[in-house]
Design a protein around this ligand. Structure first.
Ligand code: UDP
Ligand code: MN
Length: 275
């Protein structure tokens, strides 16, 4: 495949749990035959075991230690300690060897090639299902720039984040997203939140099969469930049955996990064998 080396998909994992998500996301991007570079930002908390697996899937692993850095992010974080993970996400704007990137949360899953996202401009994103005048920050197109990075940090220090996370901050910073340019509105199918099953079941049934990216937003992530491969049964801690459509989505995530990610841990001596 001819790789376009100045454009990248970027994700983030500050723990081994999110690292599992990132491995599934990265494998799903590989499965989509992307022609772009895959980059992951990790924190020093991610274990060597998970890093070794990540190295099989991602082209570039960048350890971001905001606490240890001597740059303005560290100082800014002293004033806003609750924004720790958010500041790590903002580090994406420092990847200036790429001219354009698509950030994707580690709890997303790519079902079909989405390389056409690189035709979009900063900041392009899909509406948030909870408040559609805000974009959801789980999938967005951006242009790395140290100037933007520092303006984002300053903004975070001055105004904080209205929801305590990166989504509130980015929506305040890119505040004309809702009204200025419809081209910066990605179709919801590029960031289909699993909550849409509850919010608008009829639309999910009508359009869900066209989804390009599933986003497992919310506190319970796919890797928190127990999954029985033989029966395809998803066990929850409460023992309550899940909504069948949600189980179908979890199934898609676990399919990638079993086929592409688990082998990286069970046969590490065989090195990286990717489809
Ligand atoms: N993240 C992380 N460690 C954390 C929390 C979040 O690495 O402890 C990263 C990860 O990429 C994750 C993203 O930040 O997908 C946004 O968080 P999350 O997906 O949990 O938020 P939600 O989409 O549920 O609002
Ligand atoms: Mn998410």
């Amino acid at each position: 495949v001819l790789v376009i080396t100045d454009q990248a998909f970027v994700t983030l994992a500050t723990s081994d749990g999110y690292g599992q998500g990132a491995l599934v996301l990265g494998s799903s991007l590989r499965g989509s035959q992307t022609t772009r570079i895959l980059v992951i930002l990790i924190s020093p908390m991610v274990s060597q075991r998970v890093r070794t697996a990540l190295a099989c899937v991602f082209d570039e692993i960048i350890v971001v230690d905001v606490m240890d850095s001597r740059d303005s992010a560290h100082l800014a974080l002293l004033g806003r300690p609750e924004l720790g993970v958010t500041f790590t996400k903002l580090h994406s704007w420092c990847l200036i060897k790429y001219t354009k990137c698509v950030f994707m949360d580690a709890d997303t899953l790519v079902l079909n090639n989405i390389d056409n996202l690189f035709e979009r401009e900063e900041l392009s994103a899909a509406p948030d299902p909870g408040w559609p005048d805000c974009f959801n920050s789980g999938v967005f197109v951006f242009r790395p720039s140290m100037d933007t990075y520092h303006r984002l940090l300053d903004f975070a220090v001055d105004y904080g984040s209205f929801d305590g996370g990166d989504q509130g901050l980015l929506n305040s910073f890119f505040s004309d997203w809702a009204t200025k340019d419809i081209h910066k509105h990605l179709p919801f199918l590029y960031n289909l939140s699993s909550v849409a099953v509850y919010n608008y079941l009829a639309a999910f049934k009508r359009f869900g099969s066209q989804a390009k990216v599933i986003h497992f937003l919310g506190p319970v992530k796919p890797w928190h469930y127990t999954f029985i491969p033989d029966t395809h049964l998803v066990l929850t801690d409460t023992g309550k049955p899940k909504e069948p459509h949600i189980v179908d989505l979890l199934q898609l995530w676990w399919d990638v996990y079993f086929s592409s990610v688990m082998p990286l841990f069970t046969n590490p001596e065989e090195g990286c064998i990717l489809p």
